[in-house]
Design a protein around this ligand. Structure first.
Ligand SMILES: Nc1ncnc2c1ncn2[C@@H]1O[C@H](COP(=O)(O)OP(=O)(O)OP(=O)(O)O)[C@@H](O)[C@H]1O
Ligand SMILES: [Mg+2]
Length: 342
């Protein structure tokens, strides 16, 4: 169980006009995946690299599992922190197995047979059959396969934390999507606390339990993907996460967010409503409404709570709520200004 707590963490590079990371405070709970997003130069990489002390903070603390990392031995620290970057950096003269083993060999404490078993286990985990891949050299692998080896290497010593800096940034769309699914599968089996930098908002929404938005070294917002889509703190965040993107809302908001308390339910003589799992997307719910031509879907429920329904009207009202709130806010500010003026 490893949480990462940033406490007013700051990095000032030399005489730069502004700190690259400016008093950032937030916590990533154990076993959660936190995506770091923000424009180029926002401070994402700097924040990530302070966790394993590849960059030393100017002030503030990073507390991992209750211990201040600044008081830890950096080498010992990195043994518990896997690091994956876009330029995989496999050693060209070593084959796949040797590349995966190398971290464990450097840190020591592994017997040869145990390490060999571990290599095969990891190759399986990242979807590369060991018999076929363990003896190949990096030049005999595609970019996506190299990235898989990079991920396996980061997992060799079974670290509690994974730091990933645009790991899938250079992959084509299909391979990228496969790698994302792979990471989700791995995260279901061997849970880690993950900090993951990306420029791809779809990737952030798909992989993140949490998304941290950075801008000019500051943390602008931290929240679940749904929170960011529905309640962005300002226009910058809204624009970055695409809160006004209706298709995105349909894909990432769950059916339960549109459950309609006011719908009276099917009348006794009518056919029972088709059902829908509460966790399915609004998009799937909407398609099911179209396909079945039913007036409403009943949300499946595991307990004996009263039935909840979802209708086209409730979906539309969920989608427009955010926009309406913005409108209300604008008119409220306008009224405030008018009444406040002398
Ligand atoms: N070693 C360094 N020395 C001086 N300034 C640096 C150094 N590393 C980064 N910076 C500056 O710190 C700021 C944040 O850089 P950082 O690499 O953390 O951004 P980023 O959010 O990862 O950007 P990108 O999305 O382009 O990778 C930038 O203004 C950058 O120029
Ligand atoms: Mg970066």
């Amino acid at each position: 169980m490893t949480e990462i707590a940033f406490q007013a963490i700051t990095k000032q590079f030399g005489k730069a006009a502004k700190p690259a990371v400016d008093a950032v405070t937030f916590t990533v709970p154990a076993d959660h995946t936190c995506m770091l997003v923000g424009k180029s130069g926002a401070g994402k990489t700097t924040l990530l690299r302070m966790v394993n002390r590849m960059i030393e903070p100017t002030s503030g603390k990073i507390v991992i599992a209750g211990k201040n990392v600044l008081e830890e031995n950096p080498i010992e620290l990195r043994r518990h922190i896997g690091y994956v970057i876009q330029q995989v950096g496999l050693f060209p003269h070593m084959n796949v197995a040797e590349n995966i083993r190398v971290t464990a060999e450097v840190t020591g404490g592994w017997t040869k047979p145990r390490l060999a078993r571990r290599v095969d286990e990891l190759l399986d985990l990242v979807g590369l059959p060991p018999v076929e891949y363990r003896d190949r050299f990096p030049r005999e692998l595609s970019g996506g396969q190299q990235q898989r080896v990079g991920l396996a290497r980061a997992l060799t010593t079974d670290p509690m934390i994974l730091l990933m800096d645009e790991p899938f940034g250079a992959l084509d769309a299909i391979t990228r999507s496969q790698m994302q699914d792979e990471l989700l599968r791995i995260q279901r089996n061997v849970r880690k606390t993950i900090l993951f930098v990306t420029h791809d908002m779809e990737e952030a929404l798909k992989l993140g339990d949490l998304i941290a938005v950075m801008h000019q070294g500051r943390l602008m917002q931290l929240g679940a993907p749904v929170d960011l889509l529905t309640h962005p703190v300002d226009d910058m965040v809204a624009q970055l996460v695409g809160s006004d993107n209706m298709l995105r809302e349909l894909r990432y908001l769950t059916a339960s967010t549109a459950a309609d308390a006011g719908y009276p339910g099917p009348f006794p003589e009518a056919k029972p409503c088709p059902t829908c799992p509460p966790g399915s997307s609004l998009l799937d719910a909407m398609l099911k409404l179209f396909e079945t031509r039913a007036p409403a879907l009943a949300l499946e429920s595991v307990d004996s709570l009263p039935a909840r329904y979802i209708t086209l009207a409730s979906i539309i009202s969920t989608l427009t709520k955010g926009r309406r709130r913005e409108g209300e806010l604008e008119s409220a500010t306008a009224t405030g200004r008018a009444s406040g003026s002398p």
